[in-house]
Design a protein around this ligand. Structure first.
Ligand SMILES: [Zn+2]
Length: 467
């Protein structure tokens, strides 16, 4: 007698799609059975006609607790995540006060978030430098990195340019030092790549222009964060990987020119991985001009031809992971009426449409196999972030994480229905097809028909890399 049987579904793996029944026992995958095998289970779910994925891993999400709960906390962010088919997310260290930069903060953060997460979660630890004029109390945590690694963070994140958080920028000196320290531990270091000097200089010049209309300010903003800032920072960070041999992950690659730098480094044999996000694969500068403040993020969305070309790098494996980069804000921080592009919060409310958006883009718009989703949103993130062994694949003994997706189910993003704390999303009004009908974590149903279950709150577990 199994605890759970998911039958009649189309099992999606990175390599193929096949029909089989899945049995879960004690929270882990217990058997993969020929379709229709006569076995008993306490709970049986019929997935007929639907795709069955091994959960969805969001390797890049900002849930803001502790410190900025008015934007998002783990309860609101995670309930939106599971409702949209996510079974494990990796939370960023920087939209926090204090940022996750040492063991003390780790203990403080875990004390808060582990009580009310609906989703299984891993953590990014912070690499904070001394490049800019942040208070001494939050600067340079090079002496804390090993402790933080031993706490079980899945990766480390550094920011190469000024950001809207209390998170000091890293110089290339800090990047090099962090890679040297963490290399013996084979720890992964991810970076937001935009080059500090260029961003600072170009923003200063753009903001000094007088009498600009809102649309002109958007042009200025996009130009201040053009591809050269991302390109130079990515090259520099990759050079530090070359110098140290440390493992580097390039976060949210937005442009094919940057992806090519990553591709060259991989070809050279350097330990480089990279991700992109749905908004760089489905949206362009025009979208920022149309939506204004709600669509502000960095790096910004690019031109149509760049967006189309970026897909080549997803398909060839250069951009091996997709993350949502959900970075929510309070509604007033994204309000076009009171905030121009310079004063609006930079970050998108996107976690509730992460899988539906990608499914619609991959399967319906680009006519690609759902296997691509299993590759870039399950298998690869699990491998890159060390969660493979528990997450990311249908394997005996792995966590019984499953998302069942109805490929034809129509969806529409309505701001008023968002489960996140903030309700302003640039994706408001967007429609597509393909949505989760059931999300299962470790054998337990945590969401059905796009809505989390109350009993899921607090069920989420902290996941550490598999040694
Ligand atoms: Zn981010």
């Amino acid at each position: 007698m199994y605890d759970l049987l998911v039958k009649n579904g189309k099992i999606v793996t990175p390599d193929c799609i096949y029909e089989a029944d899945i049995a879960v026992d004690d929270g882990v995958f217990a058997a993969f059975l020929a379709k229709g095998t006569d076995v008993e289970a306490n709970e049986v779910i019929d997935a007929k006609g639907n795709y069955v994925f091994p959960g969805i891993i969001d390797c890049h999400a900002h849930l803001n607790e502790p410190g900025f709960e008015y934007r998002e906390d783990f309860e609101t962010g995670s309930r939106a995540a599971v409702s949209a088919g996510c079974t494990c997310l990796i939370d960023m260290p920087l939209n926090n006060d204090p940022s996750l930069m040492n063991k003390e903060v780790f203990d403080l953060k875990m004390g808060k978030i582990s009580k009310h997460s609906a989703v299984d979660f891993a953590l990014w630890g912070g690499i904070v430098g001394d490049y800019d004029d942040k208070p001494d109390s939050v600067k340079n945590n090079m002496n804390d990195l090993i402790d933080l690694h031993n706490c079980g963070v899945a990766a480390f994140k550094g920011f190469t340019c000024p950001n809207g958080n209390l998170f000091p920028t890293v110089s290339m000196g800090n990047v090099r030092k962090a890679l040297e320290i963490l290399k013996p531990y084979n720890a992964l270091c991810g970076f937001h790549c935009e080059e500090y000097g260029q961003v600072l200089e170009r923003e200063k010049e753009a903001k000094a222009k007088e009498g600009r209309t809102n649309q002109e300010k958007i042009r200025d903003f996009l130009d201040s964060h053009d591809v050269w800032t991302e390109y130079v920072a990515t090259k520099n960070v990759i050079d530090m990987a070359r110098a140290t041999g440390g493992r580097v992950h390039i976060c949210h690659v937005s442009h094919p020119m940057v992806a090519q730098v990553v591709k060259d480094a991989i070809y050279e044999g350097l330990p480089i991985t990279a991700e992109t996000c749905p908004h760089y694969l489905g949206f362009t500068e025009d979208f920022v001009f149309e939506k204004g403040a709600p669509a502000k993020c960095t790096p910004p969305m690019r031109k149509k031809e760049d967006m189309d070309k970026l897909w080549d790098y997803v398909l060839d494996g250069t951009l091996s992971c997709i993350g949502s980069d959900h970075s929510p804000a309070a509604d007033e921080e994204k309000d076009n009426a009171t905030k121009d592009i310079w004063h609006a919060w930079g970050g998108l409310n996107s976690i509730q449409f992460f899988l539906p958006m990608m499914f619609d883009m991959v399967v319906h718009q680009r006519k690609l196999s759902p296997s691509l989703i299993a590759k870039v949103m399950d298998y690869n993130p699990a491998k890159v972030f060390g969660l493979y062994g528990r997450k990311g694949a249908f394997e005996i003994g792995f966590d019984g994480d499953i998302v069942i997706v109805d490929p034809e189910k129509a969806w529409k993003c309505k701001q008023e229905e968002l489960l996140t704390k903030g309700h302003v999303s640039c994706f408001d009004g967007m429609e597509g097809k393909g949505a989760p009908v059931c999300t299962i974590i470790r054998g337990k149903v945590v969401a059905e028909d796009g809505l989390y279950k109350d009993e899921a709150i607090g069920y989420g577990e902290f996941i550490t890399p598999v040694k």
